[in-house]
Design a protein around this ligand. Structure first.
Ligand code: AMP
Length: 308
């Protein structure tokens, strides 16, 4: 039961008020694939240039991520640079160099087309739809997006979300997409546009999950030290997708709201680790028992007694 992850693979330069690091492993698919790999095998589709460091490929392989679908072509890898403000939440993009990403067409190796769980990490919605065109009846499809596509490719995005089971986006994007100030109204409005489930991420304030007549508000695990929030959303989506795949592999059955609730919590646990260091460094060092321990701590924190 592998998860198919398609998205960007990047070399990032990230500046926070206290630190700056250049040429880090990044990209929506890198975070998502590594996040998912803690729970299930992963097939990765993306593109890099011939400048992409071999050590990153080794790291991905060591996480048991299948790279048959990774295209390595002549040219430079996609580069992105961002700067965080003092709240470590507000971010400005400083530069984007598309490089080989400009002509990326995600092409699935035959063995990937039967994947049951598909995570369309952040790339142009037209490319995300192109992936779905190649799939052979997946059980559950998830799409992530960003403000850029809401601005420049709204029609493509609207067409895509009619075809996916779940859309994941952040609070600002949900408001931008729907024109609603209330996130609850925004969640319902997006569901009415197609996806059965919607997750709205609120950074350090957690996430909201919407389903058919069902709603779940998940806090974020409270952290004292956040070093780099880049990729938190992608790691969340990857962890969620991986956890769903593991559930199917272990117990079969379909994907219902209860399963998604649990997957959202596991996704949040993984995202909480990811932000503790730059790039994917923290995900490199954690083990399954760390995830389980934080899940239990998170659970204990989230329970409360009724008064009276
Ligand atoms: P997030 O912090 O979840 O918004 O994701 C950050 C990652 O998205 C970084 O590692 C970037 O390399 C990647 N990224 C930035 N802009 C784009 C874009 N236009 N398309 C795909 N990935 C992007």
């Amino acid at each position: 039961m592998s998860v198919l992850v398609v998205g960007s693979i990047a070399l990032d330069t990230v500046k926070t008020p206290l630190e700056e690091h250049a040429d880090l492993l990044g990209g929506s698919a890198s975070y998502a694939a590594v996040g998912a790999s803690f729970f299930s095998p992963v097939n990765l589709v993306g593109i890099v240039g011939n400048d992409f460091p071999g050590e990153h490929l080794e790291f991905l392989r060591a996480r048991k991520i299948d790279l048959t679908g990774l295209q390595q072509v002549e040219g430079k890898t996609f580069r992105w640079s961002g700067e965080y403000m003092w709240d470590l939440n507000t971010r400005e993009t400083r530069s984007v160099e598309l490089n080989v990403f400009e002509h990326f067409t995600p092409t699935l190796p035959g063995a990937y087309t039967g994947a049951q769980i598909v995570l369309l990490a952040n790339i142009a919605p037209k490319l995300q739809s192109h992936v779905l065109d190649q799939m052979n009846r997946p059980l559950f499809t998830i799409a992530d997006t960003m403000d850029l596509w809401i601005n420049i490719a709204r029609e493509d995005l609207e067409a895509l979300i009619k075809r996916v089971d779940m859309l994941i986006l952040n609070d600002g994007e949900a408001r931008q997409f729907t024109g609603e100030t209330s996130l609850i109204k925004a969640g319902h409005k997006i569901r009415a546009m197609g996806p059965r489930f919607v997750a709205i991420k609120k950074g350090e304030h957690g996430c909201l999950l919407f389903g058919e007549g069902e709603f779940f508000s998940c806090a974020a695990y409270p952290l004292e030290d956040i070093h780099d929030p880049t990729g938190a959303g992608d790691t969340f989506a990857g962890g969620l997708a991986g956890h769903l795949a593991a559930g199917l592999a272990n117990g079969g059955g379909g994907i219902d709201f209860a399963r998604l609730r649990q997957a959202v919590v596991y996704g949040s646990v993984l995202a909480s680790y990811n932000v503790e260091a730059f790039s994917l460094e923290r995900l490199r060092s954690i083990k399954t028992h760390d995830i389980d321990a934080r899940y239990q701590a998170f659970r204990a924190l989230s329970q409360f007694e009724a008064i009276g």
